[in-house]
Design a protein around this ligand. Sequence first.
Ligand SMILES: CC(=O)[C@@H](O)[C@H](O)COP(=O)(O)O
Ligand SMILES: NCC(=O)COP(=O)(O)O
Length: 237
Amino acid sequence: MTKLSVNINKIATLRNARGGNVPDLLKVAADIQKFGAQGITIHPRPDERHIRYQDARDLKAIVHTEYNIEGNPQHNFIDLVLECKPTQVTLVPDAIGAITSSAGWDTIKNQEYLTEVIQEFQRNGIRTSIFVDPVLEIIEGAKKTGTDRIELYTEAFAHQYDLGNKNGIDPYVKAAELANELGLGINAGHDLSLDNIQFFKQNIPGLLEVSIGHALIAEALYLGLDNVVNMYLNKLK
Ligand SMILES: CC(=O)[C@@H](O)[C@H](O)COP(=O)(O)O
Ligand SMILES: NCC(=O)COP(=O)(O)O
């Protein structure tokens, strides 16, 4: 089974548009879990344009499924994660001011740094995952950092799938096979949607978890949040 972790960044974006508390991020997180999602993901960015650091703290009391916090492990972020003690931290090499995540780690160049922060999180009982492109040397580098899992950056797959090119899955299959061989857990995310999720799931051996936000929230505008969460769950069986 592949777990669905719903990324609620876009709920915070909507709330922040008016400065009040509509929609109520904590209530939405609670409801998403009630609808059946097996996890909640947030990606607080340094400018707090959607998820605020305080949201991460407040969600601790609400998330009783898997709590996944994503971000670039700068000092403030590391302190926040150690305070919140989520189930999992996903390390993403975001550039300051980037619209969204746009690349995976170079696990070879950043090996020492990643190893150090991963050890710190693991010492505190937090599972680690690192965001990577589906490149074999990068997966081997990830293994050397001691991370528990990798998160495959799926933007390229989603883009190719949209264009009708199903071969876009090939590097992900090879990356997953190697990760399985090396004993790394496999997560995936970015631009996954109701259109492409089933094909991705069916082709990736050992896919443990997907985190999905942007498309899922957009789809929920038409289909409703409860319904859309369950549509994903059916496709991930
Ligand atoms: C790592 C990843 O792919 C997602 O967390 C994505 O970056 C969502 O972040 P935004 O909602 O800020 O685009
Ligand atoms: N880790 C990926 C994530 O949390 C959601 O990415 P997206 O579905 O908003 O592109």
